[in-house]
Design a protein around this ligand. Sequence first.
Ligand SMILES: *[C@@H]1O[C@H](CO)[C@@H](O)[C@H](O)[C@H]1NC(C)=O
Ligand SMILES: *[C@@H]1O[C@H](CO)[C@@H](O)[C@H](O)[C@H]1NC(C)=O
Ligand SMILES: *[C@@H]1O[C@H](CO)[C@@H](O)[C@H](O)[C@H]1NC(C)=O
Length: 472
Amino acid sequence: MVGALYFLALLSSTMAWGRAGLWSLDAARNGTGDRCTCDAFLPSSTFPIKDLVVIEQAAVEISHRVELEMGKLEDYETKLTAYAEKIIRLTVEIEKMEKNPDAYNDAHIDEIKVEIKQVEALITELQLSIKGSTTVFTSLRVEITVMVESLDMLEKSYDQNSVLATRREYIKVQLELEECERRHQEIFNPNIGSCSHSGIIKVSKPIVGQLNAQLNSGLKFGGWGKDSKPVPDRESMYWYSGYSSASIIDIRFYTNYKNLILRNHFQHHNLHSSWYGTGNNYIIRDNTMYYQINSPFGLAKLNFTTMKYESRVIPKASNRFSYTNSPNQFFDFAADESGLWVTYATDESSGRLVLAKIDEPSFGIEEEWVTTVYKPGVHNAFMVCGVLYAVRTIDIETEDIFYKFDTKTGKGSYISIPFERFQESYVNLDYNPTDQKLYMYNNGYYVNYHLWFNYTVEATIEATAEPALQLS
Ligand SMILES: *[C@@H]1O[C@H](CO)[C@@H](O)[C@H](O)[C@H]1NC(C)=O
Ligand SMILES: *[C@@H]1O[C@H](CO)[C@@H](O)[C@H](O)[C@H]1NC(C)=O
Ligand SMILES: *[C@@H]1O[C@H](CO)[C@@H](O)[C@H](O)[C@H]1NC(C)=O
């Protein structure tokens, strides 16, 4: 018996712990017909198979739940079509009644009222289902996050090959969930690109992709995301850059989300040393990176189509006012539905945040607004539909969108939209108008957030132009 145990322990410490390795261990225990039920206690330094098994099982379970949600989505789509038809029919009916009220008796009217009540009930039901799905997505995301984190840790500490198989399953599940969420978004929020809303009302829980491409949580400075105005054939491209200080020296491009997660870049650009960047509030737009440089202190751009650099100095901009907990963040670039923006502070503004619209063809400042928020009290900022949103830290796990400034009215106001951070520090937060999501580079992790907007009735009618909505 001792011999067998020793053999198992030896086997466990020398085997490549893939799936096959695990199952052959089970078979070996029962294979002899000998009713031996001893457990082989593996020294703690060997590979933690149990963890991997738990993760594998969770992957299968999550995958089933994603499938279930996909099924529901199809059901919603069918129902939505049916409701829309019904509402259109009712609208026509009501119009007829309005034109010729005498031709209808009370029974007629009651009948229509009942039908309207039915549609109302169906809409309520649908709304509840949508909420339900969103909650399911959130909890699936959290589960995946935990598992992916465990995988990252396992991969760093143990034989990478054995973790890779499980990681592949997770990537599959993550992609299924992405696809499911994308369809959910398409069905229930067909408003990408629309600004017919009065602003953000809610931010989702953090959606964590995984640790950066270099599997190094020491790379606390950096960024990731998508091009906000992609060139043809690069619509699904992602980019990532990470470093151990607030500098930018290189950047990697991935053809799509899957390759980002698999850490398969198709391009890796090293910046020319005289064009190294500072701060981490850079963005990619039109295949061009916009970032801050120190010499000359100002704005820089690198067009990856031509590999041409350009710079601009903003004489008033000061290098005295950075963001909270974030060194050397003097210029923060942002892109939204209306174009390219940059924020900074000046001595003239006494450190208050100044917002400027950049004219893309000339790379010059088109217009400037001075806000009332003191930049060192801001943790980060981003733009949505010509509105600046400033974020500050509340506590160890909470951020708050506390201020917004509308360039259309030239007015700022204090608001409060709290949201959760995944890990403590971050230096890069940006909105992307192509998917209406917020992207954060959080202690080396790829994190993003869904946003909810306050779509007004008029806005919805404008967006869909369906008679169906006249009811509301
Ligand atoms: C091994 O044998 C034990 C005792 O008969 C049984 O309870 C267990 O289910 C068996 N395990 C496998 C993997 O066949
Ligand atoms: C980048 O270069 C391409 C090719 O010359 C040009 O079409 C594009 O407008 C440039 N983009 C920016 C943002 O300068
Ligand atoms: C949404 O907008 C409407 C109309 O502008 C406003 O009355 C309402 O308070 C807003 N809701 C939220 C949650 O901000």
